[in-house]
Design a protein around this ligand. Structure first.
Ligand code: CA
Length: 331
């Protein structure tokens, strides 16, 4: 049964789920998991926020967690410090991206489910490369030419630790899917939902003040292991924005039969990678040579030498024949 959990209507979710489970012995306490959620009031009894750690420019207020202020060259993140051992889940993030820039603003934020946590770096404030899932809510197009899409743009990337994120193409070379989403400078609440169930990744948004989810994209055959961490990070550069997280709500979709599932523990994997898009800023010559392996180049050089040899031999033979003919004419 594929649907996205209606926000804040827990009883409805439970109704659907218990219906799906044929009124099985569903445990209501297991549905929303507090250990992976972050809701108001943020502060615990102590100074910190339970189960969450902060990085960089992150600032906690009573009503939001600001990852970056609307100022240049800032980076911040929040990281859940409890590993997730639930195979099927859904994450709702309420956020607010806003600032004084009318036409120029950036760079955006990212939601993570990764092996490593609390590492700062160049992908919206997180490390590059990373291992796991990254959902990018990119407000600024770094691309020099026209894209096939407009910004703000939401995309997903699955990484086994070997791929690098390319800012110059806004990550379109490594994305598994994406969609446009005008989520910036809204007067009302904006949400994004990430659902991972039976190796299917679905990202939906609620950014039009309609209290309903709209699917951004859905991708099958995505493999994510258990034991990774959730996080949200944001960065500004020459351009800036306030990147605020209002809440993170985690829902366990495994249900009471979870013990029967064998959790996936391999590397992150996605069988569908979108076709690379217009990356043609390499010069053609170096592109051709760059794609050639050593032995191919060797064979081509040998063939060229043989070809040149044949040309020279034919040339000499023709020349000799002409000399012979001209001599014959003299006599
Ligand atoms: Ca960008």
């Amino acid at each position: 049964m594929a649907f996205t959990v209606p926000r804040d209507i827990l009883f409805l979710c439970l109704f659907f789920h218990s219906t799906a489970l044929s009124m099985g012995n569903w445990n209501t306490r297991d549905f929303q998991r507090r250990e992976h959620s972050l809701v108001k009031p943020y502060q615990g009894a102590g100074v910190g926020v339970p189960q969450w750690d902060f990085l960089g420019s992150t600032m906690v207020t009573n009503s939001y967690i600001r990852l970056t202020p609307d100022r240049q060259s800032k980076a911040g993140a929040i990281w859940n410090n409890v590993q997730c051992f639930i195979q099927n889940w859904e994450l709702h993030v309420q956020f607010k991206v806003h600032g004084s820039g009318k036409n120029l603003f950036g760079d955006g934020f990212a939601i993570w489910y990764t092996k490593h946590r609390m590492e700062s770096g160049s992908i919206f404030g997180n490390s590059d490369p990373f291992t796991g899932l990254g959902i990018f809510l990119d407000t600024y197009s770094n691309h020099n030419g026209p894209h096939n899409h407009n910004h703000p743009y939401i995309s997903a990337m699955i990484n086994n630790g070997s791929l690098r994120y390319d800012h110059d193409t806004d990550g379109t070379h490594t994305q598994i899917a994406g969609c446009e989403a005008q989520f910036r400078n809204r007067d009302y609440d904006t949400y994004v939902a990430i659902r991972y169930e039976n190796n299917k990744l679905t990202v939906s948004t609620d950014i039009e003040n309609k209290s309903g989810w709209k699917e951004c994209f859905s991708v099958e055959n995505v493999k994510l292991p258990v034991g990774y961490y959730f996080g949200v990070s944001a960065a500004t550069g020459d351009l800036a924005d306030n990147h605020d997280v209002i809440s993170v709500k985690f829902y366990d979709l495994d249900g009471p039969d979870a013990d029967k599932n064998v959790p996936y523990t391999g590397l992150p994997e996605a069988s569908t990678m979108e076709a690379p898009r217009d990356r043609i800023d390499d010069s053609k010559g170096s592109y051709l040579l760059g794609n050639m392996t050593g032995w191919k180049l060797f064979v081509i050089i040998i063939l060229l030498i043989i070809g040149l040899g044949v040309c020279v031999m034919v040339g000499v033979m023709v020349f000799q024949k002409q000399q012979e003919n001209s001599r014959k004419r003299f006599y």
